[in-house]
Design a protein around this ligand. Structure first.
Ligand SMILES: *[C@@H]1O[C@H](CO)[C@@H](O)[C@H](O)[C@H]1NC(C)=O
Length: 260
């Protein structure tokens, strides 16, 4: 199958006078549901911006704020509170709109330990399928979601912003690997949302990848398991334990040894 695919491309290249002699350029994989955007890859700039923070003496933690809503570093207390409500609002919003999402990376590790974020977390990572990303892009881009906590004491507005460069599913220039963000509009802290695509449906139909080259098998992810995170319903990948072991050391999951 692979061979015949390459051959077809080679033949197409040879037969087309326009590209005779030129190397055959395989176009980047794209997301069909977003081709209304008509993007020119040569003009790809970074979409999400963080406060300038990588020059001498600046603080790494600045990278966890979206520039548009950043007014200064928050206290640890405000960070913990912000992330807690941000996650709850996000998970509820996705659930209410029947948008599939699950928690990933360091956030999944926090879930594993205590069904909550870890106290030192600065941001939150979630994943979606690329088909969900298309729905986000076409139905929910720039949605402002109003949130009131159960005790009515905490009010926030979150902005869901979809990166147009998510249309291209390869790494590209490397600065648009985050496909979407759920941003606290009072201080700029955010949830990073990345989509997974099957890049090579012909020869690797069960391999999902994000733009940052994390790879997963269909059976590692699906069916998602329903659980709770920060006190609300959440989904995690089917083989969460194997996935955590692969991404983090056994030491980060030491409870496996003690409990089993
Ligand atoms: C989302 O909206 C912003 C602001 O209008 C726009 O710049 C961006 O291209 C949009 N994203 C998508 C995926 O359409």
């Amino acid at each position: 199958m692979m061979h015949s695919w390459i051959l077809t491309n080679v033949l197409a290249g040879l037969l087309s006078p326009a590209v005779a002699g030129a190397p055959i350029r395989i176009p980047p994989p794209v997301l069909p549901g977003m081709d209304h955007l008509k993007l020119d890859r040569n003009l790809e700039g970074k979409y999400f911006h963080e406060p300038v923070g990588h020059e001498k003496g600046a603080d790494d933690r600045l990278g966890h704020y979206d520039t548009r809503y950043f007014h200064g570093m928050v206290t640890d207390e405000e960070r913990v509170e912000t992330l807690h409500h941000m996650v709850r609002a996000y998970l509820d919003f996705f659930r209410e709109n029947q948008l599939e999402t699950w928690i990933a990376h360091g956030t999944l590790l926090g879930w594993w330990w205590n069904s909550k974020l870890l106290p030192w977390d600065w941001d939150v990572d979630t994943q979606v399928r690329d088909t969900t990303l298309v729905r986000l892009a076409t139905e929910f881009n720039q949605t402002i979601s109003h949130y009131v906590s159960a005790d009515k004491k905490y009010k926030r507005e979150y902005m869901l912003d979809i990166n147009p460069w998510a249309y291209f599913r390869d790494n590209g220039p490397g600065h648009n690997i985050i496909d979407a963000r759920w941003i606290d509009t009072t201080n700029g802290l955010y949830i990073d949302i990345t989509a997974l695509s099957v890049f090579d449906p012909r020869s690797k139909p069960d391999q999902w990848e994000c733009k940052n080259h994390h790879k997963y098998k269909t059976e590692d992810l699906f069916p998602l398991r329903e659980t709770s995170f920060e006190g609300v319903v959440a989904m995690v990948p089917y083989k969460y334990q194997e996935m955590l072991l692969e991404e983090y050391s056994l030491k980060s999951l030491a409870r496996i040894n003690y409990e089993k």
